[in-house]
Design a protein around this ligand. Structure first.
Ligand SMILES: Cc1cc2nc3c(=O)[nH]c(=O)nc-3n(C[C@H](O)[C@H](O)[C@H](O)COP(=O)(O)OP(=O)(O)OC[C@H]3O[C@@H](n4cnc5c(N)ncnc54)[C@H](O)[C@@H]3O)c2cc1C
Length: 450
């Protein structure tokens, strides 16, 4: 089959999309706005499902050769000095990957540019779409040049300007800020994503190279402005929950090295396909980075798209099926990410009780740890699995709270009320998402261009 594709954005998703579409035989042209990589901090930890996707596109080995390290699961510590709950990936799922984001994108670009039917142009920002009636037929760059293609793949990230030009609505919520910085050393519980709780927001730390640890610290909105205030906050309130073996290096890095502050959002879109055009990766929506889901979701997007247009070309039917399958995959993952962030942040009594219930549940069996990990890493995206797990955690949380009703009736009642409110609030969202997912599943129409 022969058709032309334009990919807008040469980040992780754009490169994976170019690799997946070039496999179908399509001629692919990528336009990337930055001269090199986008300098902003982006994700570096990829779950096994995403790594298997990279492997299918011939991109896994080059990323390990570029300094990436295998990651074997997560270790979540509820507070200072407490042993973590260890949630391993199942062996048959293969390893996850931790790698410096910019090195990853550069390695992907080298690999993808070497394919005979792919061409990558950097320093080229796309600013407009070309249309023929209700169909997108190409793009126009900042330099005024026009380019035509049968399919335009929009991979310009979560702040996507092109999404707005298509008239696609996005529900954008600013959640918090992430402060990202690196230190040298090894994590205490092996090559896992480590989550440290007990401060104002969760801390995610993971290996991103041999002897290199990245910290992503979640800081509430309004926590303090300017470098000095943030450094003080992190040293006084976050460093105490980090294991002693890492604390000194963390404080040293905060005092002496630059760090990046990035706004975190949850973004959900009303549509991700219109005639001649699709949104992939963060342009189609994203959640809080705590669950390291973005790139695994993006791999699902590009593999689904590659499979569908590889079979029948970029027809309306193929794009509509892409939209249906994409939402089927991401709707529950986004919900799980929101729920876990709420529980880990534990900003009210109900969320605190749920957090205790989660650790209690994980301590109960290897099955419970595996089930949660399968949801976290995108191996299990069934609504029923999420609801069943949430109900089990709720039961454990209630068992913790009920004895307090007898000992301290006032506080116990308040805790129970808060637990029920938080849990039912979440279940309400789950029901709304499940309905939305059901509607998406049966929705065959493409977005109509304005
Ligand atoms: C703080 C933080 C931590 C994260 N941690 C993780 C993690 O551990 N694991 C995980 O899986 N995900 C994580 N994520 C999410 C992950 O970074 C994203 O899912 C991933 O980067 C999405 O890639 P993308 O290519 O869709 O978007 P981006 O990485 O944003 O890339 C978009 C690209 O498009 C280019 N571009 C933009 N506009 C135009 C235009 N008009 N014309 C041409 N080019 C354009 C940009 O220059 C950029 O190169 C994290 C995100 C954040 C913010």
């Amino acid at each position: 089959m022969s058709f032309d594709v334009i990919v807008v954005g040469g980040g992780f998703t754009g490169m994976a999309a170019a690799a997946a579409l070039s496999k179908t035989g399509a001629r692919v042209q990528v336009f990337e706005a930055a001269q090199s990589t986008d300098p902003r901090f982006r994700g570096e930890l990829i779950h096994p499902r995403g790594v298997r996707g990279l492997d299918e596109l011939g991109l896994k080995v080059p990323l390990f050769e570029r300094g990436g390290v295998a990651v074997t699961g997560f270790a979540v510590t509820p507070g200072a000095g407490i042993r973590p709950a260890v949630l391993p990936y199942a062996e048959e799922q293969g390893p996850g990957l931790g790698i410096d984001h910019h090195q990853m994108v550069l390695a992907m670009r080298e690999q993808v540019a070497a394919r005979r039917n792919v061409s990558i142009t950097t320093g080229s920002r796309i600013t407009e779409f070309l249309r023929d009636g209700a169909r997108i037929t190409g793009v126009r760059g900042e330099d005024g040049k026009t380019h035509r293609a049968e399919l335009v793949v929009v991979a310009d990230g979560r702040q996507s300007k092109l999404r707005g030009l298509l008239g696609i609505e996005a529900d954008i919520n600013l959640l918090s800020y992430t402060l990202a910085f690196g230190i040298k050393g090894d994590l205490p519980y092996g090559r896992r994503g480590h989550v440290f709780l007990g401060a104002q927001g969760p801390i995610l730390a993971y290996p991103y190279g041999e002897g290199l640890i990245r910290f992503c610290v979640d800081v509430p909105l309004g926590a303090g402005k300017g470098r000095a205030a943030l450094v003080k906050l992190l040293i006084e309130q976050y460093a105490p929950v980090v294991p002693a073996s890492l604390r000194e290096a963390m404080i040293g890095s905060l005092r002496d090295e630059p760090f990046e502050a990035i706004a975190t959002h949850s973004i959900s879109t009303s549509a991700c396909a219109a005639p001649g055009v699709v949104l992939v990766g963060d342009a189609g929506g994203c959640g809080h980075p705590l669950t390291a889901s973005g790139m695994t979701n993006a791999m699902n997007d590009v593999q689904t798209l590659g499979e569908l247009v590889g079979r029948s070309g970029p027809s309306d039917a193929a794009l509509s099926e892409y939209q249906r399958r994409r939402y089927d995959f991401v709707r529950m993952r986004d919900l799980f990410t929101d729920a876990l962030y709420e529980v880990f942040r534990a900003h009210d009594t109900g969320a605190k009780a749920l957090q205790a219930g989660v650790f209690n549940y994980w301590a109960s069996s290897a099955r419970s740890r595996r089930a949660s990990m399968n949801i976290l890493s995108g191996e299990d995206v069934r609504v029923s699995a999420f609801v069943a797990e949430y109900t089990r955690v709720f039961r454990r949380s209630a068992v913790d709270v009920l004895p307090r009703l007898v000992k301290e009736p006032r506080q116990g009642t308040a805790a129970l009320k808060s637990l029920v409110k938080t849990s039912f609030g979440r279940m309400e969202v789950a029901a709304a998402r499940a309905t939305r997912r059901w509607v998406d599943r049966h929705r065959l129409d493409l977005h109509e261009l304005p």
